[in-house]
Design a protein around this ligand. Structure first.
Ligand SMILES: C[S@@+](CC[C@H](N)C(=O)[O-])C[C@H]1O[C@@H](n2cnc3c(N)ncnc32)[C@H](O)[C@@H]1O
Length: 314
């Protein structure tokens, strides 16, 4: 089936026949969100560190405009609150990728407290053929993390890399209660299967009640899903982009969202979660179902006289 037929099928599944304009509006967003595919290649980011452009996802592993290391520090480690923990820290790392988030966290946590016990569970489907090593002062920490893969322990640092689709491997993380979740798949519109209500519910089950979930995204469907799952949702400081990342907690208050962001979360037709009831859905179908739901909500909203521009892909 081609894309048009898949979209028509989604409408039919809801007992509807789409008009031409509605169909075109849905198709336009889907084509834009999916983006180009190509070959992997190495890129230099704004802070001088390297990253990889994923050919399959048409997106870099880290923000090129913010800098890969700065993104690890400001979108993940700092808002996670891990630097204030004592004794032992447990991290659930969704999307190990190049291992930068883990290595940067390891370096700074160890520097602050050399006796800290650090335990990491990473979920990853496919490691890239070549991983650029982080620059100083992170080089040694990064090499150490990579040398312990897939599982290993040295001097109070333990890592366990679970290879495969995170939607399934997350269920084997029993008994591990994360103090922080580094949620770092590719962007929601490119990698929707790791941003659904159902997957985030699984992630929540793997969190300690005092845990903090952090991500670079400010995406409405993601924040909506977190709220629906009972998280308190806030924002991390903006970095090289107009909007903030997301911090979500189960208890304790995250840094507040702006008034504008709260209004968008309440009113925008795009504020509806991605769905994947059996955690096996094809990513394209997740996007189609989402976009058709948005269209139906848009119609309700526009009949009340409001309009919302479609979101960008991250
Ligand atoms: C943005 S990169 C992660 C960057 C990484 N956190 C780092 O600091 O280097 C996203 C990662 O998610 C992985 N990924 C995407 N879909 C996945 C899935 N369904 N299951 C497991 N991993 C997945 C990709 O292979 C990729 O390595």
């Amino acid at each position: 089936m081609d894309l048009r037929e898949l979209v028509e099928e989604s409408f039919r599944g809801r007992g509807l026949t789409p008009g031409r304009e509605d169909l075109e509006a849905v198709l336009r967003d889907l084509v834009r969100w999916r983006g180009p595919e190509g070959a992997d290649r190495i890129l230099r980011t704004a802070d001088g560190s390297l990253t990889l452009l994923s050919g399959a996802f048409g997106e870099p592993y880290h923000s090129v405009s913010a800098g890969a290391v700065r993104e690890c520090l400001h979108k993940f480690l700092a808002p996670s609150g891990l630097l204030n923990r004592k004794g032992r820290v447990r991290i659930l790392d969704v999307g190990f990728g190049l291992g930068y988030n883990v290595a940067v966290a390891f370096y700074h946590l160890r520097k602050r407290d050399p006796s800290l016990e650090i335990e990491v569970v990473s979920l990853e489907r496919e490691l890239p053929a070549r991983i650029p090593v982080l620059p100083e002062p992170y080089r040694e920490a990064h090499r150490k993390v990579l040398s312990l893969l897939p599982s290993g322990e040295r001097e109070g640092f333990r890592i366990h890399l679970l290879m495969g689709d995170a939607r399934q491997s997350v269920s084997s993380v029993r008994g591990f209660k994360a103090h922080a979740v580094f949620h770092d798949p590719f962007s929601p519109y490119r990698n929707p299967e790791l941003w659904t209500l159902e997957f985030l519910r699984k992630v929540r089950e793997a969190m300690d009640p005092s845990g903090v979930w952090v991500s670079y995204t400010s995406s409405l469907p993601v924040r909506r899903a977190l709220l629906d799952l009972g998280f308190r949702v806030g924002g991390s400081a903006p970095l090289g982009r107009k909007r903030s990342g997301t911090v979500a907690t189960l208890r304790g208050d995250p840094p507040p969202l702006s008034v504008g962001e709260k209004v968008r979360l309440r009113k925008s037709p795009y504020s509806v979660p991605f769905r994947d009831p059996d955690l096996r859905e094809d990513p394209l179908r997740i996007l189609i179902e989402y976009r058709v739901s948005v269209l139906l909500r848009e119609k309700e909203v526009s009949s009340e006289g409001e309009r919302e521009p479609p979101p960008q892909s991250s």
